[in-house]
Design a protein around this ligand. Structure first.
Ligand code: ADE
Length: 351
């Protein structure tokens, strides 16, 4: 049997579908179910080590009746950093407040949020590496001593007030752990990197999501979506919805391999799951810069894209599949990249 076929799991996904279609689920609950995000750790597919760390941390904290340590998640977009923050709050039975680094400009913005947190509540800060320095400095005593000193007015009128905070849990997420200042990074008790998912795990995600969306999918169809999803569950779910549209309009309503291939070709997603931007990135290196090495800023200028987008979104997967390498003098395209793009390899380029 192929690895992506698991009768037991298939039965479980069918049961999700049955529950939904039996009409036994109240509307409100149904809209909850319609969200594709797993709500509890036991529903979470993949990232086995991260999940195990969290299980132990959460269970220990619940036993001691204490909040869990501050947690930092690192990794490319779409791998589940926000989802895990929601799950932690759910498992601990507390509320979650969501914000992001760039959304906070002044210390006061953070103070307002911090003083509203109750004991054990989760504060999730996405893109925490983009927190302005003044706000970050506020965060240190808040994380360590659960207190912040806020200075009102300036000069002769300056007054300081110490706010006591409840013992909250900070969950930070970043695509670039290297950009986090060391004092901030050191204040997290748990630091985990989320890596790209295996095709097997993504196949399970595709089947689980298809069951929730109440769309029929066969094993090869799920595998084909998984294979083209750049190691990323968020992409699985996005492509799944596009393929669902396709089979409902052009097909018989069932997601099979051939339909996935046709639908994703329309989406500009190729055999390896690369998008137009991925291919442009590679072609910039191969055609414009003769295979590299070339600096990221030069690629960004050629593509008229933000270099941050390229570094955070495009490059990680191309590095992971070995299409791009990073050297001290810049990015290079690999032989596999040339082959994938169907480009001739000039003598001496790789020898
Ligand atoms: N949907 C998106 N990510 C998921 C995951 N890791 N497990 C289950 N369902 C998901």
């Amino acid at each position: 049997m192929m690895e992506h076929q698991n009768p037991q799991e298939n039965a479980a996904y069918n049961s999700i579908r049955d529950t939904l279609s039996a009409g036994s689920v109240e509307m409100e609950e149904r809209s909850e179910l319609i969200s594709l995000r797993p709500k509890r750790l036991k529903e979470y597919i993949g990232q086995a080590k991260v999940v195990e760390t969290l299980k132990i941390g959460i269970e220990a904290a619940l036993k001691r009746e204490e909040p869990i340590d501050h947690i930092l998640f690192h990794g490319p977009p779409g791998l589940g950093k926000t989802t895990l923050a929601h799950i932690i709050a759910e498992e601990m039975g507390v509320s979650i407040t969501l914000t992001s680094g760039p959304a906070m400009e002044r210390g006061g913005d953070l103070l307002g949020i911090l003083t509203r947190l109750e004991e054990g509540d989760v504060l999730f800060i996405d893109e925490i590496h983009r927190l302005p320095r003044v706000v970050e400095e506020f965060l240190y005593p808040a994380m360590e001593d659960f207190a912040v000193d806020f200075v009102f007015d300036k000069g002769l009128n300056a007054r300081s007030h110490r706010y006591r905070l409840e013992q909250f849990v900070l969950v930070g997420a970043t695509t670039r752990a290297g950009l986090l200042s060391p004092p901030l990074r050191e204040r997290f008790g748990i630091f985990r990197t989320l890596g790209f998912y295996s095709v097997e795990d993504l196949t399970r995600v595709a089947k689980r999501s298809a069951a929730i969306l109440d769309i029929e999918i066969d094993d090869d169809g799920a595998y084909e979506i998984a294979r083209r999803s750049r190691g990323t569950p968020r992409i699985v779910n996005r492509l799944l919805k596009r393929v669902r549209d396709f089979v409902q309009v052009r097909g018989d309503g069932v997601i099979r391999k051939a339909a996935v291939q046709e639908a994703l070709e329309l989406e500009g997603v190729d055999e390896r799951g690369l998008t137009a931007l991925d291919r442009q990135f590679l072609k910039t290196i191969t055609e414009y810069y003769k295979g590299g090495p070339v600096g990221i800023e030069a690629i960004a200028a050629t593509l008229q894209e933000e270099s941050d987008t390229l570094v955070d979104v495009v490059e990680p997967y191309l590095l992971k599949i070995g299409f791009v390498t990073r050297t001290s003098s810049g990015r290079k395209a690999s032989q596999e990249a040339y082959r994938h793009l169907g480009l001739p390899i000039q003598q001496g380029l790789f020898t």
